[in-house]
Design a protein around this ligand. Structure first.
Ligand SMILES: [Zn+2]
Length: 178
């Protein structure tokens, strides 16, 4: 086997990983799918949410809570054994000013104090998170940059809640609407 070819493949993969993991790029991915709520100052995730109400983004094929990702990007590593909690009690929020690292019981106490128990149903998005959602110009810009940096179309399709076909259309510059 030709070692050089294999080596190139590995370095290409590493380069792609690096691009996917760069702080700026992760921040851009978060920003592209979130929106400031002027009433409460929350920066709310508009992308994929789990039934728990927390938003998720896939990084290297691993789903990570967007509030956890935002905390790490802005405040550094999450201390061992602690979870990322919301002062604002808004699970979709990823405003670093609204996030703190606390224990599970602190989080639950906080929730009880705020009368969050029993948990209310999470918000559902019928618009942008729909598989056939249209993408904003910002989304398209982030997607194009991501593609240029070697991020895979399937990863982006998942993040942006669109089909891989839509991503390849953007890549070819055909159309951004399915
Ligand atoms: Zn908030």
């Amino acid at each position: 086997m030709d070692g050089t070819v294999e080596g190139d493949g590995v370095s290409r993969t590493l380069k792609r990983r690096e691009a996917e993991n760069s702080r700026d790029f992760l921040l851009a991915r978060l920003a592209a799918r979130s929106q400031l709520n002027r009433e409460n100052g929350c920066i709310e995730w508009r992308g994929h949410c789990r039934p728990s109400g927390y938003g998720y983004l896939s990084v290297n094929n691993v789903a990570i809570g967007v509030h956890r990702l935002a905390f790490q990007l802005h405040k550094g590593p999450i201390p061992a054994g602690l979870c990322v909690c919301h002062h604002c009690d808004n699970r979709r929020c990823l405003n670093p000013e609204h996030l703190f690292a606390g224990t599970k019981s602190e989080n639950s106490l906080d929730a009880v104090r705020k009368g969050r128990f029993p948990p209310h149903p999470p918000p559902r998005f019928s618009g942008q998170s729909h598989p056939q959602a249209k993408l904003s110009n910002d989304d398209v810009r982030v997607i194009l940059t991501a593609l240029k940096n070697g991020v895979q179309g399937t990863t982006l399709a998942r993040d942006f809640g669109v089909t891989p076909t839509q991503i390849s259309r953007i890549k070819r510059g055909v159309s951004r609407v399915a």
